[in-house]
Design a protein around this ligand. Structure first.
Ligand code: OXD
Ligand code: MN
Length: 594
């Protein structure tokens, strides 16, 4: 009798009608073969799927040019199909599972004709982890198959774990005709199923990542008593050799990758990289919070990465490993056959090809690399990946950081009074979008816990889950908030950011060890200026004061906007959060400092 996984694959093949079905074993030879097919046989638009790069700077690397209309996550085409709309909440697009499946069945009929369907068995988390999940994705894209092998633990071992069980997460992916009007990323939490059609872009097509490990997993976490979060995991080693583990939730374009790969500007401190995007958080038998990165690779933004600002990212890309490195939609220097992007250390070479493969020169108004150009690289190549990344339960977390990009209002760093207050602060964060010039006040987008695009259920219930989760932690981590992006009257960033952010991490460690006090303000606990280690940094004291300033008038306006966010959730909002907002307002109208 066929196993459930075989039956499912056969059922999908009957629907999508590929010419061939190939079960991937995850081997190096197989990946090489897939890359070769991508170079020699397959095309996306007028481009081959893969182009072999020189390998001089970035060993064993390949350039992928996507379809020009398929370069980013498409949130407006992403749906969470719970049986009822309220469970999905106002933070998600919703369609009933029946209607969604009927539509997808029509769109998927024969969509793999002429192509091979690759069956990718994989695990999220290492096999020896009690938190590992068995998954199978089918795809008709060699780019997706090669990427999934880098990003997840893919291979026959995953199939062996599944055996005769029907307990595996299903991902049905087809690029179909890449028509943006027939592009859907649909989640069926009740069926452990993600069905994605019409896009080959990472966040839409590598279904173990955002789709399963955040959207579906956040829902599983609520049912099972854990959290799936959009968070970096780092270990910060101090000069005594003690490592403090932290997570950090930051929306896109807020320095998330740089924090994960930070090279300390303070002597004696070192940051270890455990995860750059997703953390699964469980309560350990010791009542502490334990974090594990379910992924095995990094799908990061290439633009802006340089040896000066992100040396550890560069070292990871430059080291040779078992896995190829992929560059997506960067520019190409055809003479050296090397990728190039804005912000990389090298000056602009002559005769570049832009991300679409067209001739480009310095006079061109558009950038050469797409603003969302990416690299896909194995974390096993990262020189700052510590051995404890392989611990089955992960690492114990002492601090959780939440970040936002705000040119005004938010101080550089603050700590919440307690867990409940911290959940309120994290739920209310918003970031300014950065399409225009950096110093202009952008459009503010509320992004609770940096999870707005990734929470697979009603966010009011998610806040409830966070509050309840904290109650169950015997020894909860402390919660901190950061904003690297505050500007002065001239619109210049006050804080240098990047590797200097270690100074903020040091302040956090000092707080955790009760070495320093903090200033109690209306919004939380803000550093006393002298407790921030500014050795070797030359920022005038009045600027630093500006960086930590709490302006009650502006915060009152902020409080009104936060209320607006909460109102959309009606009476599903946990009363404790509304109470925290009321308390903030009371403190703002009282006689707190500044
Ligand atoms: C990502 C994102 O790709 O958050 O990680 O968009
Ligand atoms: Mn992300």
């Amino acid at each position: 009798m066929a196993k459930p996984v075989e039956e499912w694959v056969e059922e999908v093949a009957r629907l999508t009608k590929p010419d061939k079905v190939h079960w991937c074993d995850g081997s190096e030879e197989e990946a090489e073969k897939l890359v070769r097919i991508g170079i020699e046989e397959e095309r996306i638009g007028d481009q081959p799927v893969f182009h072999a790069l020189s390998g001089r700077t970035f060993p064993n690397s390949f350039l992928h040019r996507s379809h020009p209309t398929d370069v980013a996550r498409t949130e407006h085409l992403t749906y969470i199909c719970h049986p009822d709309e309220q469970t999905a909440g106002p933070n998600n697009n919703w369609m009933s599972p029946g209607e969604a499946k009927e539509m997808l069945l029509n769109l998927s009929e024969g969509c793999m004709r002429g192509r091979t369907m690759y069956v990718l068995p994989y695990l999220m988390c290492q096999a020896n982890s009690p938190y590992a999940r068995n998954c199978v994705q089918v795809t008709d894209s060699t780019y997706v198959a090669v990427s999934m092998r880098i990003m997840a633990r893919m291979g026959t071992h995953a199939l062996e774990r599944i055996g005769n069980s029907d307990d595996f997460v299903k991902g049905l992916h087809s690029i179909a005709d890449l028509d943006p009007n027939r592009r859907y990323i649909m989640h069926f939490p009740q069926d452990n199923l993600v069905w994605s059609i019409g896009s080959g872009y990472g966040g839409n097509a590598l279904l173990g990542k955002k789709c399963f490990s955040l959207r579906i997993a956040s829902w599983l976490g609520r049912r099972e008593g854990w959290l799936a979060e959009h968070m970096v995991i780092i270990g910060v080693e101090d000069p005594e050799g003690t490592v403090t583990y932290m997570t950090a939730a930051l929306p896109s374009a807020c320095g998330k990758t740089n924090l994960a790969f930070l090279e300390s500007a303070l002597p004696g401190y070192k940051v270890w990289t455990l995860g750059d995007d997703i953390a699964w958080l469980h309560i350990g038998p010791d009542g502490r919070l334990w974090a594990l990165n379910p992924e095995a690779g990094v799908f990061g933004v290439a633009r802006g990465v340089s040896r000066a600002t992100s040396p550890n990212v560069m070292r990871t890309l430059e080291s040779d490993g078992f896995y190829p490195t992929l560059f997506t939609n960067t520019a190409l220097d055809p003479r050296s056959n090397e990728p190039w992007w804005e912000g990389i250390d090298e000056p602009v070479p002559d005769g570049l090809e832009d991300w679409r493969g067209r001739p480009w020169d310095r006079g061109s108004s558009a950038p050469a690399a797409h603003p969302n150009s990416r690299f896909t690289v194995s974390l096993f190549q990262c020189p700052t990946r510590p051995p404890e990344s392989d611990e089955p339960r992960g690492v114990p977390i002492s601090a959780m950081i939440f970040g936002a990009r705000r040119t005004r209002l938010l101080p550089l760093v603050w700590e919440s009074f307690d867990w409940q207050h911290g959940v309120f602060c994290a739920s209310s964060l918003g970031s300014e979008t950065t399409a225009a010039a950096m110093h202009e006040v952008g459009v503010l987008r509320r992004d609770p816990m940096a999870m707005a695009p990734f929470c697979g259920y009603n966010m009011a219930d998610y806040f409830r889950h966070w509050l309840d989760f904290g109650q169950k932690l015997a020894c909860p981590p402390r919660l901190f908030f950061v904003n690297w992006f505050r500007v002065d009257e001239d619109g210049s960033f006050i804080w240098p950011g990047f590797n200097e952010n270690i100074r903020v991490l040091k302040w956090i460690i000092d707080r955790l060890n009760n070495r320093i006090s903090a200033c109690e303000t209306a919004i939380g606990l803000v550093p006393n200026l002298d407790d921030l280690d500014m050795t070797g940094l030359n920022i005038p004291r009045d600027k630093m004061e500006q960086l930590l300033e709490i302006d009650h008038g502006s915060w009152s306006v902020e409080a009104a906007d936060i209320e607006h966010l909460y109102r959309q959730f009606g009476d599903r909002m946990p009363p404790e959060i509304l109470q925290e907002l009321a308390s903030l307002r009371k403190r703002l109208s009282g006689s707190y400092r500044l």
